[in-house]
Design a protein around this ligand. Structure first.
Ligand SMILES: C[S@@+](CC[C@H](N)C(=O)[O-])C[C@H]1O[C@@H](n2cnc3c(N)ncnc32)[C@H](O)[C@@H]1O
Length: 243
């Protein structure tokens, strides 16, 4: 029997091993303060992609952000930890677990209102020596293949008003690269927002979805194309008046 460590979120006990933690116990918990800046509503079903032990998903469930949860990961020890968490908390009716490479083994009838995730962030082999297999699996998404397969399939699982909100690392992959991927798979980029000196949220959804940051920071609106065009118009007016 595996001797799991336990992390408690609002009374819900999450089983894990140190080598399964890819940041979900630390920056992964930022979702709890960020989501209310985007939406005040409770989501129906949430999905945590690349879940590991599900620190993010279970914490959202425990804190009332969603009614039910779907989690998946490619790594069998993570799946076993997820199963143990469901068992000790009696969550069989609320949580579904899939052993899946990206979204490849998620059944078509899984539909989500909110998709969260802290996926591997390196698109090239890390240059550090002596990394363990666990380290590599946690950080490496070679050529962004896992992300590409995610974005190419996620739409069929998104409910009409479904929102994708991923934690990404801007030191590793530029936002524009994700934006190009979204265009390719016909998902609309909604906004990005940094939340530390390394990470940012990438928000995407169907084009009819009006999701946005409720109170965007002033710097993010100051430099939008819209205000830039406005400034150009004002400047042109001034010049015309002068002449
Ligand atoms: C950065 S860790 C995040 C783990 C956990 N969500 C957390 O926040 O601590 C990335 C996770 O992606 C999983 N992963 C790596 N490659 C994957 C793949 N091809 N499909 C699904 N999950 C994958 C790893 O097993 C690992 O659990």
């Amino acid at each position: 029997m595996t001797n799991y460590r336990i992390k408690k979120y609002n009374g819900l006990k999450v089983c894990y091993l140190n080598e399964l933690d890819g940041g979900g116990t630390s920056f992964g918990q930022d979702y709890l303060s960020f989501i209310p800046r985007m939406s005040k509503k409770k989501f129906g079903r949430a999905y945590e992609w690349c879940a590991g032990p599900g620190f993010i998903g279970f914490s959202l469930l425990a804190n009332g952000f969603c009614d039910s949860l779907c989690v998946s990961d490619v790594h069998l020890p993570a799946i076993n930890a997820l199963k143990e968490t469901v068992k000790i908390n009696g969550l069989e009716n609320k949580v579904s677990i899939y052993h899946s490479d990206s979204l490849d083994s998620i059944p078509d009838n899984e539909k989500w209102d909110l998709v969260v995730g802290n996926p591997p962030h390196y698109k090239k082999d890390p240059t550090l020596k002596n990394l363990s297999d666990d380290n590599i699996r946690i950080v490496l998404d070679k050529d962004l293949d896992i992300h590409k397969r995610f974005f190419s399939n996620v739409k069929k699982h998104l409910n009409e008003e479904g929102v994708i909100l991923l934690q990404e690392n801007w030191h590793r992959v530029a936002l524009d690269e994700f934006k190009e991927m979204l265009v390719e798979y016909n998902i609309e980029f909604k906004f990005s927002s940094p939340f530390s000196n390394k990470f940012f949220y990438l928000c995407a959804a169907r084009s009819n979805n009006q999701i946005k940051l409720l109170k965007p920071p002033s710097w993010s609106t100051k430099y939008t194309e819209h205000s830039f065009k406005g400034k150009l118009k004002k400047l042109a007016k001034k010049i015309l008046q002068r002449n």
